[in-house]
Design a protein around this ligand. Structure first.
Ligand SMILES: [Fe+2]
Length: 234
């Protein structure tokens, strides 16, 4: 997928074949195949283009919404590599947790805004991450799915902390991949990181300190990661 293209929740291939492939994208530690550029090639082979989300027709025009209070104009969120494990046609869901998982639970929440701090409702936010064994699941959409943001641009996912891995010889700090697009914005493809993994950030060529979540916790001690995505106008 090229940034700037639209998404479709239920894409159709030109050849009419199913978009879902039974491919387990297991951790590829130590393969040392090539740099991340090869990842894009692998992704295209597994999930042919175009991977396009259709935004819901009912999405209200976010341009009419007032700026978020106490928010100032801000730059768009930085982009990063898509990586080789993206899958199209993900389910709509808020709870990524696999039954019986052995990971450390996490709530990820935030907002989708435009550069003038206006919340973007009805935006598609598509997330994918590794599980507690550092594996991506392309069979059952484990730890991947999409949501539509609420009236204030908000989203929330119940998940677990992702695990880092080694890909093509590069150490990857724990991260969550994200694609976000509003009705009138460009597509953002990026990754978010965690402050507690500072030791591994230095070894990760994809790491960007501007993409680190704020980490707090609920009254009951459940970790809560917060990140706002800021999208460029289309
Ligand atoms: Fe990744």
């Amino acid at each position: 997928m090229k940034d700037g293209a639209n998404f479709s929740v239920n894409p159709t291939r030109d050849d009419g074949s199913p978009t879902r492939r039974d491919v387990l994208a297991a951790g590829l530690g130590g393969l040392g195949l090539a740099a991340f550029g090869l990842g894009g090639l692998v992704s295209k082979q597994l999930f042919p283009q175009p991977l396009v989300y259709e935004l819901p027709a009912s999405a209200p025009p976010d341009a009419s919404l007032a700026p978020t209070p106490a928010c100032v104009e801000r730059p768009a969120t930085d982009r990063t590599e898509e990586g080789p494990f993206y899958a199209p046609n993900t389910p709509l869901k808020k709870d990524f947790r696999r039954q019986g998982h052995r990971g450390r639970e996490l709530v990820l929440r935030g907002r989708v805004l435009d550069v003038r701090c206006r919340p973007i409702s009805g935006a598609v936010i598509d997330l994918w991450q590794t599980d507690e064994n550092a594996l991506y699941d392309n069979v059952d959409y484990g730890y991947r799915g999409h949501q539509l943001t609420g009236p204030g641009g908000e989203f929330e996912v119940s998940t677990i902390f992702p695990k880092g891995y080694v890909l093509f010889g590069f150490a990857r700090s724990p991260h969550i991949h994200v694609k976000v697009q509003g009705a009138r914005t460009k597509l953002l493809t990026t990754q978010i990181f965690f402050p507690e993994d500072a030791k591994s950030h230095a070894n990760d060529p994809t790491f960007n300190p501007r993409l680190v979540v704020d980490l707090g916790e609920t009254a009951s001690g459940l970790p809560v990661a917060t990140f706002d995505f800021v999208l460029e106008d289309a």
